[in-house]
Design a protein around this ligand. Sequence first.
Ligand code: B3K
Ligand code: ZN
Length: 866
Amino acid sequence: MKDPAPQPIRLGDHRPPNHLIEEVRLTFRLKPRATRVVSRIRFRPNPEGLPEGDLRLDGEGLRLIRCAIDGKPLSALDYLLTPEGLTVPGRRLPDRPFTWDAEVEIDPEANTALEGLYLSRGMFCTQCEAEGFRKITFYPDRPDVMAPFHVRIESDLPVLLSNGNPTSSGEGWAEWSDPWPKPAYLFALVAGDLVAHRDRFTTASGREVDLAIWVRPGDEGKCAYAMDALKRSMRWDEEVYGREYDLDVFNIVAVDDFNMGAMENKGLNIFNSKYVLASPETATDRDYDFIEGIVAHEYFHNWTGNRITCRDWFQLCLKEGLTVFRDQQFSADMRSAPVKRIEDVLQLRARQFREDAGPLAHNVRPESYIEINNFYTATVYEKGAELIRMLRQLVGPDAYRAALDLYFERHDGQACTIEDWLRVFEDVTQSDLSQFKRWYTQAGTPKVSASWGVSDGRLHLRLSQTVPPTPGQPLKEPVVIPVLVAACDPQGAEILPETLAVLDGPEMTLEWDLAALAAEAGLDVPDRVIPSLLRGFSAPVILDAALPAEDRLVLLAHDSDPFNRWEAGRSLIRETLLSMLSGGNGPDPALFEALGKVAADESLDPAFRALALALPSEDDMAQAATDAGLVPDPAAIYAVRLNFSRQMAAALQPLLARLHDTLDPGPDYSPDADQAAARSLRNTCLRLLGLVEGPDRARARYDAATNMTDEIAAFTALLELGDREIADRFFERWKDDRLVMDKWFMAQIAHADPEEAVAIAERLTQHPLFDWKNPNRFRAVMAGLTTGNPAGFHDPSGAGYRFAADWIIRMDAKNPQTAARMSTAFETRKRYDADRVALMDAELARIAATPGLSRDLAEMVGLMRA
Ligand code: B3K
Ligand code: ZN
C-alpha cells in the first residue's frame, strides 16, 4: 500500500495543548542496540486546552514496553498507537494532575538520520530540534510545552552528561537536574569516552560557572579558542544585553557526525567538531572566525531561544533571526565591523536572495510546512536577522535596548510568537508596527529604485519599491524600508550627511536645499551630486540606481561608508563581467587603477582591501545575467571571471607582488582579526599573481607554510594552476586528520578545471576515506561540486546533475535532512537554457519517483518541480 501523501501543517491550525507538564523524570539505560528509556511525567490539564481533551504524545520508532497512568497499567485498548504517536482519549484521563509512566526501547546504533539519540563513533549523543525527542520517548514534542527535567543516565562509559546541573553520580551512573522549564527540543544527553578542556567564568553578579569543552582524547589541545570565544560571549551578553548565565555549569561537546553546525541544548551545547576544534596547523582563519561566531550564537540562545522560546515552529525566526543578529553584533564588536557587514551581506545575497528568487521562497515566518527541518533556511535565519537590524535602525539603539529589556522581563519562561516580539517594540516606542510586520508575512526580495537630480537649487531624491511575486503570493503590499542615504560632490566630498529615509509606501520624494547643504559642509555649491544609497546595506533589498560608472569610481575612492565603498567596486566589477559575457567591452583600465588604489591604501583594513579585489561568485554572476535578461552559461561565466582576474593581476602585478612580500605577519600565528586580515590580503595577492607568474611563488609558500590558512591558500592556488602532485603531498601530510581531510576532498573539486570536476568528484567518492555517512565528508564532496564548482556541476552533459541526484537518493535512505539540504543544488534550475532545464527536470523526476522517499526530500523536490 502506498503511504498517504504527508499533509502540510498550518500556522492557522495551531491550538494550545490539552495538557501541560509540571515535571519530567527520565532514566536512560544506554546500550548501542537496545537503550531503555524510562519516563515519569507529571501532567496537568491546560485550562486553555479542550475540556477533557485527549492526551497527545508524539513518538516515532519506539518499542513500547509498558505504560501507566497514576500507577495503573494501560492496556492496548486504553490508547491509540500509530507510527506517529500515542493518544489516550480524554474520557480515560483524570480531570486533575496525573502521572504518566512509560518504558520504551530504542536502537541508537540504527539511527543514521542523526536525529534523536544516536551513536557517533562510540559516543552516544542527541539532536532533538526540531522534532527528535519523539524518537526518544513518548512526549508532547512541541515547543509550547515546557518543563523542568531530571535525568539519570546508566552506562559503562566514563562521561555521562545531560542538561542543567549535575546532582549526583556513582560508578556507572550520573544524575542531572535542569531547573529551568524547557521544551523537549532542548533536551540533550551525551555519553562517551571524553576528556575536558576546563575553565571558569564569574558572572556579573558573582555566580561561579564551571565551563568544559568535551572532546575525544587527543583533541584536548584544540579547544582553547572555542573556550576563549565562550568566555567573551558570556561577558558580551552581560555588557550589551544585560543577560547573565543561569546554571552552575556550561558544557560543550564536539561530535564528529552532526547534521548541522551546533545546537543550543540548555547547559549542554552539542557542536559539530568542525566548529570547536582548532589549531593553527589544522584550522584556517575562516574556521576560527566561524568557531567564534557559532560558539557565541549557541551561547546567546540561552536567553533568545531557551529562556524565551517559540510557541510553535512557525515562529522559528523569533529565536533564530534574533540570535543571528546578536552573533553578528558580537563578531562586529570582536573584529572589524565593516568587514563583518560586507561578509554578512555576501552570505545573505548568495544564499537568501537566491532562495527568495526561486521555487523555495517562503516568508520569514512561514505559514505552512510539511517537514519543519526544511525551514531552517537562510530566509528564517539571515533575513530574520536583517529584520531585527532594520527594527533597531528604525527605533534607534536606545529604544531597541529598552524593547529587549521589556521582552526579557515580560516573556521569561514563555513560548512566544512574532506578535509578542513586535508588541514590545510597539509598547516601548508607542508606535504601530503592523506594516513592518509584512516583512514577516511576505516572501520575496523587495526592489528599491532610486532617481535623483538637482533642479532650482534643490536636491531631489525619489525612492520607490516593489515586492516581486513569489510562489503562492502573487500580490504584495509595500513594506517599511529604512534607507540610509548620503551624497557627495563630484570630487567625493560629503555634502549631504547620512540621513535615514523611511520608505513605507510605493514611493517617496525627499528634497534638500543644496546651497544650505553646501554651506553646512563648507563646500562650493556643486552642479550635481553623487548619492550614496542604502549605506551599510540598511535593508535586505535589491537597489536599482543606475549610477554612472564614473560616479561609482568616485564612491569607490571616497565614500565614507565602507560598505558602499566596497559596493561601488563590486558593482563595477559585476557590470564589467556582464559586459564581457555578452561580448561587450572588457575591463576599463580606470577600474583596475581604482581597485589598485584601494588595495594599496594602508589606511584601510587589509581584510577590506582583500574584499575589494574579490570578484562576484559564479552563482552571483549567473543571477546577475538572469536579471539582465541573459541565459547564463556557467562555462562562459567561469571563463570570463578567470579572464578578468588575469587582466587585473597583470595590471596590478607590481603592487600585488609588493603587498605579497610585505604583508607576512610572521611565524607567531594568532587568529585575531589583524593577522587574519593581513593573511587574507596576502593570499588574495598570491592567487592573482599565480595567474600571471605561474606556480613557483605558490610552491614556495606551500613549502614554507606554518599554518593552515597559508597552506590551504597555496594548495588551492596550485590546484587552480593545474598542479597534479600537490593533492598527494597534502594527503600524505594530513590523512589522519578528519577535519583537514574534509578540506582536501572539497578543494580538489571546487578548484578543479570545470571540465574535470565531475570526474574528480566521482573518483573521490571511490576513495577509502570517503565515509559518505559522515555529513561533513558528504558535504565536502557534494557542495565541493554543486556550490564550489558551478561550471562543473552544470556541465552540459548533465553528468554533474546525475552525480548529485544519485548521491542525494542514496543519502536520503540514511539521512533525510542532509539529503534534503543538498537538493537545493537544483533550486536555480529555471535560470538556465532549455537543455539544462530538461536535464535537471529529469533528475528531479528521478528523485521524486524513488520509492520510500523521505518527507524531507519529497517536500523539497515537490516545491522545486512545481
Ligand atoms: N537551533 C539549531 C538548529 C537546529 C536544526 C534542526 N534541523 C542550531 C542553531 O540555530 O543554533
Ligand atoms: Zn540558532
